[in-house]
Design a protein around this ligand. Sequence first.
Ligand SMILES: Nc1ncnc2c1ncn2[C@@H]1O[C@H](COP(=O)(O)OP(=O)(O)OP(=O)(O)O)[C@@H](O)[C@H]1O
Ligand SMILES: [Mg+2]
Length: 235
Amino acid sequence: MNPILQVSGLEKDFCMYTQNEKIIKGCQELNFFLNQGQFLGIYGPSGAGKSTILKCIYRTYLPSAGRMIYHSKLFGKVDLAAATEQQILALRHQEMGYISQFLQVIPRVSAQQIVAEGLINRGAESGAALAKAQALLGRLNLPAELWDACPSTFSGGERQRVNIARGVISKPRLLLLDEPTASLDIKMQHAVLQILAELKQEGTTMIGIFHDLDLMRQIADLKLSMVDGALTAVA
Ligand SMILES: Nc1ncnc2c1ncn2[C@@H]1O[C@H](COP(=O)(O)OP(=O)(O)OP(=O)(O)O)[C@@H](O)[C@H]1O
Ligand SMILES: [Mg+2]
């Protein structure tokens, strides 16, 4: 089987222009691959470079070195490190999803609209998209009286659930999850893992970052630990 994503020699340095052009290492010499439908879990301490990996794959950051060969539906084999901005936008629109560590709240947009937009952007009819958004928010136990409210006033865990619902609703082909369960209680963590397990069953390939190794073991097929920008296998 051909891997769906093959990362080799991935590096990201940050140049601090305001600090005498000091170089900060985000991640270095990363190599891994994953097949369709696999879940890669990445575990490690704060500041290790975990979010940097996801931001490179989603191309929020342009890597300093390396290749990220993704077998896309849209363009076939594409190196995400070298793809054009238009290709990246099309891939994000059609097949790549990213659940950020923190929800960026859009003023005056309700929780259910934020979630439904993940589908509407991909061509779904708005009534059907809203119904699916409500079903997902219900599964994530977000009280119905909050569905019409803007998440700017929500608690950390409530925001996180909106963020997860928005990321999973369109069932992307490749989904990047940055600490999807960090602000949730145990019951909610399991509800999220259940939703992710269903996505995996349907063929979504995922990379998820965790602070909790036991939780990661419950969902991940491949497990890596990250320390000081480098990856090692976890038993
Ligand atoms: N845009 C940036 N500019 C400068 N330095 C950055 C930038 N993004 C990340 N870094 C640095 O790169 C290193 C890795 O950051 P990253 O956010 O990947 O860590 P992390 O493992 O996700 O941490 P956490 O668990 O706290 O989220 C840190 O030292 C961070 O300060
Ligand atoms: Mg992070």
